[in-house]
Design a protein around this ligand. Structure first.
Ligand SMILES: [Fe+2]
Ligand SMILES: [Fe+2]
Length: 324
C-alpha cells in the first residue's frame, strides 16, 4: 500500500508514566516494555495517527526518530491488539452505479468486437446467411441452455444479500428447462431428440458454459453482471430471430418456437437482470468494480468466440449434429 493511501488511526488513549508508554482502551490497559524508539518518541508518533493524515506525512513529521520501518512495525504490533486501526480508506459505489459502469464497458466492447463479428454482420443481410448457420445457432444455444443449471445453480447460494439471492432464485426457476423450447423447435426440423441430446457442442460453446460455471461458483457478483448480455441486451426480439424471419428460408414453426423463448426474456425483463440484482447490493468497493470491468474484456471475448465459431463451423458443414 502506498504511504499516501494509508490513514492509520489511534484507537486508544496513550500516556507516559515513569518513562513508560501506557495505552488504555475501554476494556484494558497496556504497558510497553520494549519499543524500538524511546517511549516519548512513540507517544508523539502515535498521537499523530488521527485517521485523516497519510502515514507518509506522519513519518515525515516524526523523522528522524521514527523511520518508515519503525512506523510500520509499531502500527502492525499495536493493530494486532486493536490499539491502532489500520483504517485504509476504501471507496465504494452503490451496486446500481457499479452495474452501470460495467455496462459502459460491455457496450463499448460489444460495439468494438461482437457486433462486428461475421455472424452478426451477416444477420443484417438475412438472405446471405446459410440455413445451417441459423439452425446451428439453435443447436449451440440448446447446448448452452441445457448446461444452464451448471452455471445458474452455484449463484443460488450467494449469501451476501438476501434480496439479490431471491432475485437469482427467481431467475433460476424461470430459466430452468428453457432448453426444452429450443429442443422442440429443432425437432420440428426433423432432427431426432436423442441425436440432439447426444450430440457434441462446439468447443467455444462449452468454453462459454464452463467459464460461466466457474464465475458463478467463484465470482458470483461478476457472473450476475454477465446475465444481461446472455439474456439479450436490448430487451427486444433477438436479431437472429428477426433475421431468420426475414430470410424466408426457415420453417416458420421453428422460427416461432425460437421466438417464443425470446419473448419470455422480454416479458420477464431478463435483459435487466444484472441491474435488478445489483440494485439490491448497497455498496461495492471501487477496486472490485475495476476488477470486474477488466474481467468483462475476457467475458466478451469468450462470448464473441461463441458466435464466431457458430459461423465458422455451420457455414462450412452439411452435418448439423457433431457426434462424439
Ligand atoms: Fe431462457
Ligand atoms: Fe431468460
Amino acid at each position: 500500500m502506498k504511504d499516501n493511501d494509508y490513514f492509520p488511526k489511534l484507537n486508544c488513549l496513550v500516556s507516559l508514566s515513569n518513562n513508560r508508554l501506557i495505552a488504555v482502551t475501554n476494556e484494558d490497559e497496556f504497558s510497553f516494555d520494549e519499543l524500538p524508539i524511546t517511549p516519548d518518541e512513540a507517544y508523539h508518533f502515535l498521537n499523530l495517527l488521527d485517521g485523516q493524515t497519510p502515514i507518509g506525512n506522519i513519518i515525515e513529521k516524526s523523522a528522524p526518530a521514527v523511520s518508515s520501518e519503525i512506523a510500520y512495525q509499531l502500527i502492525d504490533s499495536l493493530s494486532q491488539k486493536g490499539l491502532v486501526l489500520k483504517n485504509p480508506p476504501i471507496a465504494f459505489l452503490s451496486g446500481k452505479h457499479a452495474m452501470l459502469e460495467i455496462e459502459d464497458v460491455q457496450n463499448q466492447l460489444m460495439h468494438q468486437l461482437l457486433y462486428k463479428n461475421i455472424f452478426w454482420e451477416k444477420c443484417k443481410d438475412p438472405a446471405t446467411v446459410p440455413v445451417n448457420v441459423y439452425v446451428g445457432m439453435a443447436i449451440e444455444n440448446y447446448h448452452l441452455l441445457s448446461r444452464g443449471s451448471s452455471f445458474d445453480a452455484h449463484a443460488l447460494y450467494y449469501h451476501s444479500f438476501r434480496k439479490a439471492r431471491e432475485t437469482m432464485n427467481n431467475v433460476f426457476c424461470s430459466e430452468n428447462g428453457h432448453f426444452d423450447i429450443i429442443l422442440s423447435g429443432l425437432k420440428l426440423l426433423g432432427l431426432e431428440e436423442q441425436s440432439i441430446i447426444k450430440s457434441v457442442p462446439l468447443p467455444e460453446t462449452l468454453g462459454l458454459a464452463n467459464s460461466l460455471a466457474y464465475w458463478s461458483a467463484n465470482d458470483p457478483l461478476f457472473f450476475f453482471s454477465t446475465m444481461e448480455i446472455l439474456e439479450g441486451k436490448d430487451n427486444q426480439i433477438d436479431s437472429y430471430v428477426v433475421a431468420m424471419e426475414q430470410s424466408g428460408k426457415i420453417n416458420g414453426s421453428f422460427v416461432e418456437m425460437i421466438k417464443s423463448h425470446s419473448l419470455i426474456n422480454i416479458k420477464d425483463k431478463h435483459a435487466s437482470l444484472g441491474r435488478q440484482i445489483f440494485t439490491e447490493i448497497p455498496a461495492i468497493a471501487v477496486s472490485e468494480v475495476n476488477r470486474m470491468k477488466r474481467q468483462t474484456h475476457l467475458f466478451i471475448e469468450i462470448y464473441n468466440a461463441f458466435y464466431q465459431s457458430i459461423w465458422d463451423h455451420y457455414s462450412q458443414t452439411n452435418n448439423l449434429l457433431r457426434i462424439a
